[in-house]
Design a protein around this ligand. Structure first.
Ligand code: M6R
Length: 606
């Protein structure tokens, strides 16, 4: 999704804006631009494509010199990626950058055209710029307030008024924006990772708050012009966490960080060998007696929810529905006040997941969020909150966030089962002890990197492939398939192994690769016979299985064997080769692993 940055300080800001935009590259973008106050003028440079194109444009057209400005990486929503549609956009006295969507932009555009205004781009952003200018009568705040009353949607804006050189304004409705406070300098940014090199102190801008960053200080107002006093937040993320530190890609680094991320996430939530969520303000009493549990999320986070369904149902015997947030929110879901709704999100800002959370609250359910990004909207709005402690995840393809999300699902499943009396304390202790051993086992799975690399080399020319599994292995194969699709661009499907014969097996032709996940001992025979059926029809079968599971040569061509662990915890190790296979396939294809085409890290629009 689009990224916004802004700077007001004592230093020439063009390079600072570019540097902070680089930190937002991971969000996904197709064009970039900056606007800088060069004395009394606002100088704009923008270009379609990567930031290097913008740098080239600046070499050609000159680097604006000035100490205040705004910058943007665009992920096209209204209008194709092009120089013209890139931000910043101008509307007379006003220059803006924008993240999100102005829903009623057509009606505003028609209104402004009726007032004799002309538009040069196809964007909703230019409409917002022109509307701000239309309301501008010498008072920027008044223009912003009036605009906020007349636009609908979910968005954030960075704004410069020509008559106020050196000052940057910012406002948001839904889309996140923070205001960073450094020594004699201040920033705006879509997320805190952008500014970690300069400061860790920041304000979270709430919806309908207006930030004014000027050489004389930074102030935040509400829409009634009241000056607000807000708590200053501090990011405890290590600035190196957002650097590659010698790894070829963030994705590879994040795969390697998984053992540590799990350790950090579970360590403080276990007391005397039992799960203990009290540091998150969650007692066993609060988890007791729900009639249904709904897990609602998108993409990889939804796949973590699927693992949760299997384990909560198995251990706690409570029915769990897993829903895609964009479906849930429009389906008039059967959620009541006796239900628990768990929202899982790395970013905590995914528009559909946030809407699902709000709907669940309206329906009277208790809500619990599992979120990685501190202070994000989902984290703030849920009734109960468990942070996953993975540090920043930069690669668009989520790996360590999934791993910590399922770690929390285990802690929750154990706790709910204990709270409901479905397992006793001894059983809970036994499961928790096994969970504590998982970081070591995950580390061993990461060490199988070469095996995954080899498996990837057998897939690289495939046009399509299948992932199969049963039970938890099926949940996992969905994640494996998504990972491969999003970064290798190879089409793949994941199927419940037993479903193959009901249609999909007709896709198999000579040499077509298939990946079978086989970790659930009681289901091995069943899955192995499906593998044999595929192999007999020409498929090249790669098996990802747990140690001790023997797979004959008529069932698989290549086997990646993982360390022994209890079946219920196997997703934590088995996902690693699936991640690495996707990673190396993407590398071998020469793709941009961390920034796959068309994708954004945080999907803050519907
Ligand atoms: O920030 P969230 O966890 O809410 O994001 C949900 C999905 O957009 C995300 O998991 C997406 O599917 C990833 N690109 C998958 O790798």
């Amino acid at each position: 999704m689009c990224g916004i940055v802004g700077y007001v300080g004592k230093h020439s800001c063009a390079e600072i804006l570019l540097g902070t935009l680089e930190k937002l590259e991971y969000r996904g973008y197709d064009s970039a631009g900056i606007a800088v106050f060069d004395h009394d003028n606002i100088e704009v440079r923008k270009a379609q494509g990567r930031l290097k194109n913008l740098r080239e444009r600046m070499e050609k057209d000159g680097v604006p010199s000035g100490v205040a400005g705004i910058g943007h990486t665009r992920w096209a929503t209204h209008g194709e990626p092009s120089d013209i549609n890139s931000h910043p956009h101008n509307g007379g006295n006003v220059t803006i950058v924008h993240n999100g969507i102005i829903e009623n932009y057509k009606e505003i555009k028609n209104f402004l055209i009726g007032k004799g205004r002309h538009f040069v781009s196809q964007t909703d952003t230019e409409v917002a710029a022109q509307l701000l200018d239309y309301y501008y009568n010498g008072d920027p705040i008044e223009a912003i307030v009036e605009t906020m009353h007349n636009v609908r949607g979910s968005f954030a804006l960075g704004i410069m008024f020509k008559d106020f050189p050196g000052t940057v304004f910012a406002v948001r409705k839904e889309s996140p924006l923070i205001v960073g406070i450094g020594a004699e300098e201040s920033f705006i940014a879509s997320d805190v990772t952008a500014i970690l090199n300069y400061t860790r102190d920041y304000y979270l801008l709430e919806p309908n708050e207006i930030a004014v960053l000027s050489p004389y200080g930074t102030n935040i107002y509400d829409l009634h012009y009241n000056k607000l006093s807000k708590p200053l937040m501090h990011a405890d993320w290590d600035e190196n966490a957002a650097e590659k530190q010698g790894y070829a890609h963030f994705m590879l680094k994040e795969i390697h960080e998984q053992p540590e991320a799990v350790k950090t996430t579970i360590r403080s939530r276990i007391t005397d060998g039992l799960p203990d969520l009290e540091e998150c303000g969650i007692t066993l009493e609060m988890l007791r007696g729900f009639r249904n549990i709904h897990v609602v999320a998108c993409g990889t986070a939804m796949h973590a929810g699927l693992v949760g369904k299997y384990i909560i149902e198995e251990l706690a015997r409570v029915p769990v529905n897993v829903d895609i947030a964009s479906e849930f929110r429009y389906r008039d879901p059967l959620v009541t006040k006796d239900d628990l709704v768990i929202i899982i999100s790395q970013s905590g800002e995914t528009a559909d997941s946030l809407a699902a959370l709000r709907l669940s609250k309206e329906l009277g359910a208790k809500t619990l969020a599992i979120v990685n990004a501190k202070g994000s909207s989902i984290a703030r709005e849920a009734d109960m909150l468990i942070y996953t402690l993975a540090g920043p995840e930069i690669a668009v393809a989520s790996t360590k966030a999934y791993m910590v999300q399922i770690s929390v699902m285990y802690l929750l499943a154990f706790s709910i089962a204990l709270a409901n009396g479905a397992i006793n304390e001894d059983k809970c202790r036994e499961l928790t002890a096994e969970l504590v051993k998982m970081p070591e086992r995950i580390e061993k799975a990461v060490q199988l990197e070469e095996n995954s690399q080899y498996a990837a080399s057998t897939l690289v020319n495939a046009e399509s492939l299948l992932y199969i599994g049963r039970g938890l292995d099926y949940a996992l194969s969905m994640e494996g398939s998504l990972k491969l699709k999003e970064i290798s661009y190879i089409h793949s499907e994941s199927y419940a192994a037993g479903e193959l014969k009901h249609g999909t097996i007709s896709l198999i032709t000579e040499g077509m690769p298939a990946i079978a996940v086989v970790t659930q001992k009681r289901l091995v025979e069943k899955t192995v016979s499906n593998m044999k059926e595929m192999k007999a029809r020409g498929a090249y079968v790669i098996a990802v299985c747990a140690e001790g599971i023997s797979i004959e040569s008529d069932a698989a061509d290549y086997i990646i064997s993982l360390d022994e662990c209890p079946d219920i915890l196997a997703p934590m190790t088995a996902v690693v080769p699936l991640q690495l296979i996707a990673y190396y396939t993407s590398v071998l294809k020469g793709n941009d692993v961390d920034k796959p085409r068309n994708l954004a890290k945080s999907v803050t629009v519907e």
